[in-house]
Design a protein around this ligand. Structure first.
Ligand SMILES: CCCCC/C=C\C/C=C\C=C\CC(=O)SCCNC(=O)CCNC(=O)[C@H](O)C(C)(C)COP(=O)(O)OP(=O)(O)OC[C@H]1O[C@@H](n2cnc3c(N)ncnc32)[C@H](O)[C@@H]1OP(=O)(O)O
Length: 250
């Protein structure tokens, strides 16, 4: 919208907005363009699958049976979206109109404000699959809900209902579906009116330590990820995951 300076990004990758390489690549490029475009003051992110899914996590197919080179490309995109969103210089508000699980939870945690539909699910369930969430997912959750709540959640891979998530501050508002977009937009309209250099610098200051840690550790994290994903044990975990989510079609 040219008058308000607000851009809406509607994620629409069938069937459930998994963070595939294609979706991530397009999104990173779009956000980098928006960052440079002075006419855009703020970004609202929502999902086409209204009332169903916001983001259903990283794409399992992109992590399964791939070459090291392809795995590296995928994980670099996973790191890049996290970095681009978390360090974004303009306000980003998430209108979470469906489930936001695993990578989807980390994605919304990088935003500046979260309005979520009641009765849906969010959280980082990795421990339940026998894997460890990436350190930058853990850090962003810790920065939002604090160390103790993060421990309670991550040690058991807790999936929160929207209402539970709002209680611990994982989301800022739990509302009926019809209020998700209007409330998110109202908050964003307020945030874009804050003097933008002050907004940007305050955000940078608050997030600086985690951003520096991310930059210092991303290369090692990429190596570890590729090693882990080519281990037989993780292969088995992913097969089980496919079985649970899809009835073992692949
Ligand atoms: C999974 C183990 C990976 C190990 C990787 C090892 C190292 C990496 C380290 C950590 C990385 C962690 C971050 C992650 O994001 S891992 C991915 C974990 N994802 C999840 O836990 C979410 C799984 N999805 C769900 O729980 C449900 O889909 C959800 C609650 C989001 C929605 O439920 P609903 O019943 O509405 O919808 P479904 O019928 O389950 O799904 C619709 C459709 O979408 C497909 N799908 C869902 N999630 C994924 C996915 N992550 N990857 C690929 N495809 C997915 C699902 O199979 C359905 O397809 P179809 O049957 O309709 O064709």
């Amino acid at each position: 919208d040219e008058t308000s300076g607000i851009t809406t990004i509607t994620l629409s990758s069938a069937p459930a907005n998994t963070l595939s390489l294609e979706l991530l690549t397009n999104l990173i490029e779009k956000l980098r363009d928006i960052e440079k475009d002075d006419s855009v003051k703020g970004v609202l992110v929502t999902s086409k699958y209204n009332g169903e899914t916001f983001i259903s996590g990283l794409n399992s197919y992109d992590m399964h049976n791939q070459t090291d080179e392809r795995l590296a490309k995928y994980w670099t995109a996973v790191q890049d979206i996290h970095f681009t969103m978390y360090s974004f210089g303009k306000p980003i508000v998430a209108a979470i109109n469906g489930d936001a699980v695993a990578g989807g939870c980390a994605f919304v945690l990088t935003c500046d404000y979260r309005v979520m539909m009641k009765g849906k699910r969010t959280g980082l369930p990795e421990a339940q699959f026998g894997i460890v969430a990436p350190f930058f997912y853990i850090d962003v959750m810790k920065s939002v809900i604090g160390n103790r709540q993060c421990e309670l959640a991550l040690l058991e891979g807790k999936i929160f209902s929207t209402e539970e998530a709002a209680k611990v501050g994982l989301v800022d508002e739990a509302v009926d579906l019809n209020l998700v977009l209007p409330n998110a937009m109202k908050k964003l309209q307020h945030l874009v009116k804050i003097p933008q250099p002050a907004f940007k610098l305050t955000k940078q200051t608050l997030r600086q330590a985690d951003i520096e840690k991310f930059i210092a550790n991303r290369d090692q994290n990429l190596k570890t990820y590729i090693q882990d994903l080519t281990k037989h044990s993780v292969y088995v975990i992913i097969r089980i995951f496919f079985y649970i989510v899809q009835g073992f079609q692949n």
